[in-house]
Design a protein around this ligand. Structure first.
Ligand code: SF4
Length: 380
């Protein structure tokens, strides 16, 4: 994710607005700890309008605003929030839960307001996986119906998938469904132990590296992949050349064979650019439903609260959490790695696994070239 310089500050490319934590679902990996009702201290419409004005005052309309939740459709005033975002001239993306509230009337409203992209979660192609993760029977069928209706309404659609042990071997089938459905991007999340995600088993370091390498090859089938909390994706092809043992193994082999048998009927495609996209803090900002502000939705390092302090003041006080400063401060093997400016490791994973936001990413198996025997490498 690109960042822009603005008088010495970083302009986030994406600012997430968590409009509510209310949601009909209680997914096993929910970072928001969603609940059936809004929290008592949820931001009002007037407060969101003020926050949108503050964003505009600092960065103009450069950031794209991503409306998320919970399920933002459970806010009765969601149309007013969107209308104000458009009135100010921002691009916006909409990230709802798959629910009956996303009806044709709302899809038309999004289309009329030039929603740049909708995103839906899909964590499996079987009810045994997807409905289990979502804790709701019928949710896979509802999601598949919505995918078709969203595309039918002429809206751009992104699919989000959280990678965990449970769905690891279903990834090729999800890729195939994405290829068949005209989805514009596949955003693949690597679990972080926050919210309800602590109850799920994430992938091992070996699986993390091999899945990233496998994902990097999907451009051959016309699938546009971005990773979240998988920054090694940006440089995984270089790692494959320098240290092949870090990316090749049984998991890669199985995924690769499954993908070939499912996707090869499409044949290879010619694209100008390979997959290297990542969504990383430094390029993002996350504003919680009560005004608390974080580098990203999974990197819950509280920078301040917009009810107590202006956005400008919070950003100035936390300049060290922009990506440039973070990379200067990295410790352990990420701190000496030649890829630290392009990868930098997952700061969220470092924080939750080691308690040190600047520490090494515990899922990365790459051994930096400059590693000496005096430096202790923490890979697990
Ligand atoms: S050591 Fe850190 S910066 Fe280097 S590739 Fe691994 S995660 Fe990325």
């Amino acid at each position: 994710m690109k960042e822009h310089q603005n008088e010495g500050n970083i302009t986030p490319s994406l600012i997430f607005l968590e409009t509510t934590v209310a949601c009909d679902y209680s997914c096993r990996h929910c970072r928001a700890n969603s609940q059936p009702f809004p929290s008592k201290d949820e931001l009002s419409l007037e407060e969101f309008i003020d926050i949108i004005d503050q964003i505009h005052g600092i960065w103009g309309i450069r950031p794209t605003l991503v409306i998320t939740g919970g399920n933002p459709l459970m806010r009765p005033d969601i149309r007013s929030i969107i209308s104000y975002i458009r009135k100010k001239g921002f691009r916006f993306a909409f990230s709802p839960a798959a629910s009956e509230l996303l009806d044709d009337s709302f899809l038309k409203f999004l289309k009329n307001n030039r929603c740049s992209s909708l995103s839906l979660s899909l964590d499996g192609v079987s009810p045994e996986t997807h409905d289990w993760v979502r804790r709701r029977d019928g949710s896979l069928a509802l999601t598949l119906d919505l995918i078709s209706r969203i595309r039918g309404a002429g809206l751009k659609l992104q699919i989000n998938t959280a990678v965990m042990k449970k769905n690891l071997l279903e990834l090729p089938a999800i890729a195939s469904l994405i290829r068949d459905s005209g989805v514009s991007a596949w955003e693949v999340f690597f679990l972080i132990n926050t919210g309800r995600g602590t109850s799920l088993e994430g992938v091992s370091p070996e699986e993390y590296m091999q899945v990233n390498y496998w994902l990097s090859e999907l451009w051959r089938y016309g699938i546009n992949v971005r990773t979240v909390e998988g920054p090694v994706f940006r440089i995984i092809e270089e790692i494959a050349e320098i240290q092949p043992s870090a990316v090749f193994g049984d998991t890669y082999q199985i995924l690769s064979e499954k993908a070939t048998s499912i996707l090869e009927e499409y044949g290879p495609v010619t694209r100008r650019k390979k997959n290297t996209g990542i969504v990383s803090h430094g390029g993002t900002l996350f504003i919680g439903n009560n005004g608390a502000i974080y580098p990203s939705g999974l990197f819950k390092l509280r920078l301040g609260n917009l009810r107590e302090e202006s956005l400008k003041s919070i950003m100035e006080r936390n300049a060290e959490f922009s990506s440039i400063f973070i990379r200067e401060k990295l410790r352990g093997k990420c701190g000496i790695c030649e890829f630290r400016y392009r990868c930098g490791g997952s700061r969220a994973r470092a924080l939750y696994s080691t308690g040190d936001a600047f520490g090494p990413d515990p899922l990365c198996l790459y051994i930096p070239r400059s590693t000496g025997s005096e430096i202790e490498i923490a890979v697990h």
